[in-house]
Design a binder for this molecule. Structure first.
Ligand SMILES: Cc1ncc(COP(=O)(O)O)c(C=O)c1O
Length: 465
């Protein structure tokens, strides 16, 4: 549910309140109470109100200087325990004028304890000043060691740390791509690729990923479109949005083409730790013959649930790494020192946490894929990694963007249209399964109801999960 982007339903917040009832229970919303909330809370308002009142309350909250996104919990009465509150909230939603939210991240992963402890200690110990632009030596060593152990030889001089993986995508593109150079990128794919290519003045060339190939590339397309003007090819495995991984054989074909045609390859492997069924995703960085033209992008946001800490890195040949460090210096200076120290703790102490989180995601993947495949008119390839399902919805006969919009407004299920990831995403939706099993079940039930309500489709078989 969204009102001009101000409201974000965040059910989890209510459980973490102090044991003191919120003041708005069942009450009409007034400017005074909204102001009180702005003073007291960091954006949580618990309210039972009609639509107009809600609108008024949001305005009053903003006028009173309320900060951040407004977290809204529609619920009737304060309950002292999570289960009581949950029961009340469910009851309320059943009869509520608001479409019930479903795919909120109620159970989203929290940054692992060892990382938080390390970050707090680092602040206390004074890691609050500038660091070298390329990153703390100790962190670059830990990263290089990890890459060397899992993908291929890497030295700390080849690593540039940045605030998130995104600078690891943008800065090498800025360093390599001149106006008029062509850059191939996956479609459907992570939207920053195209934006960054355009920012550098390059010409984006969308390279289709094919459902029939488990969302690996159309290799013939690549062979046909890697020409004299092509400077760079971007690959992403496991992929956002498809969850697919690129098989070793395809990577070898791509490497051969890149060498023959003198093309750089950027391999975004930010989901490499989230591959299921005891498999690993083959890494393009492990192909030795192509390493002198490879940029490996990775980061801490996904593996270690550190999205807000802003920590990522890229590994590339030293001469390019020096240019990227220079860009880092002039664009952002450096990455926060305490975040980098926390990153060292992540690499050294959190393998078991990552493994445990992976098992949780795998169970959720199985649940959502089975659920989606049980829906009439929907079929979903089982994603091998990341935390996204990318079902084919062409059987429903509704364009992707319209369907995503209607699922949100009519069923209270949040997902993205496949077209948010490129033209080839038409006919697909993207669901994040960084959500609890209960939420996934509820979302599937709501989509089933929605389908029954809106198209009368019944009994059209989906693919087995
Ligand atoms: C494929 C891919 N690459 C890079 C990123 C950016 O990661 P970060 O938040 O660490 O900048 C994302 C984030 O969603 C992603 O999905």
């Amino acid at each position: 549910m969204s009102h001009d982007g101000l409201v974000q339903v965040d059910r989890a917040r209510v459980w973490t309140r102090p044991a003191e009832p919120p003041p708005l229970i069942g009450a009409a919303v007034t400017t005074e109470t909204a102001r009180w909330c702005a003073d007291w809370a960091d954006g949580l308002i618990t309210v039972s109100a009609g639509h107009d009142q809600l609108r008024q309350m949001i305005d009053a909250y903003r006028d009173a200087g309320g900060r951040g996104p407004l977290h809204l919990q529609v619920h009737l009465s304060w309950a002292p325990t999570r289960s009581e509150a949950e029961a009340t909230a469910h009851e309320q939603w059943r009869s509520n004028i608001f479409p019930p939210p479903a795919c909120w991240d109620i159970d989203r992963a929290e940054t692992f304890d060892a990382i938080c402890e390390s970050g707090k200690r680092a602040i206390e110990e004074g890691h609050t000043r500038y660091t070298p632009s390329a990153g703390l030596r100790e962190l670059r060593e830990a990263i290089a060691q990890r890459i060397s152990a899992t993908k291929g030889p890497c030295s700390p001089h080849e690593v540039v740390v940045g605030p998130g993986a995104k600078p690891g995508i943008l800065f090498p593109i800025l360093a390599l791509v001149n106006p008029g150079d062509e850059v191939l990128y996956p479609d459907p794919g992570f939207p920053s690729y195209r934006a960054d290519i355009e920012l550098a003045g390059g010409i984006p060339v969308a390279a289709p990923l094919l459902e029939a190939r488990n969302f690996s590339f159309d290799l013939d397309f690549l062979a046909d479109h890697m020409g004299d003007k092509t400077k760079l090819l971007i690959i992403n495995s496991p992929s956002n949005p498809t969850g697919g991984t690129i098989p070793r054989q395809d990577l070898e074909t791509i490497a051969q083409l890149a060498i023959e045609r003198d093309v750089w390859v950027m391999t975004d492997e930010i989901y490499a730790d989230l591959v299921y069924d005891d498999q690993t995703a083959p890494s393009f960085y492990s192909i030795e013959e192509a390493r002198h033209r490879t940029i490996l992008v990775d980061g801490f946001s996904k593996s270690f649930a550190m999205t807000g800490w802003r920590l990522g890195f890229a590994a590339m040949p030293k001469a390019l790494a020096e240019k990227v460090a220079l860009l880092t210096m002039h664009a952002v200076g450096c990455t926060a020192g305490f975040t980098q120290v926390a990153g060292i703790a992540a690499l050294e102490k959190c393998r078991e946490d990552v493994n445990a989180q992976r098992a949780i995601y795998q169970a959720r993947r199985d649940r959502i894929v089975a659920g989606l495949n049980s829906l009439p008119g929907v079929s979903c390839v089982r994603p091998s990694g990341a935390f996204y399902a990318f079902p084919n919805i062409t059987g429903l006969g509704i364009p992707s963007a319209e369907l995503a919009r209607r699922l949100l407004s009519e069923a209270g299920v949040a997902c993205l249209s496949g077209t948010d990831f490129g033209e080839q995403g038409e006919g697909y939706l993207r669901f994040s399964y960084a959500a609890s099993i209960e939420t996934i079940d509820q979302a599937i039930a709501r989509i089933r109801d929605f389908i029954a309500r809106s198209s009368g489709l019944t009994g059209i078989g989906g693919r087995d999960g």
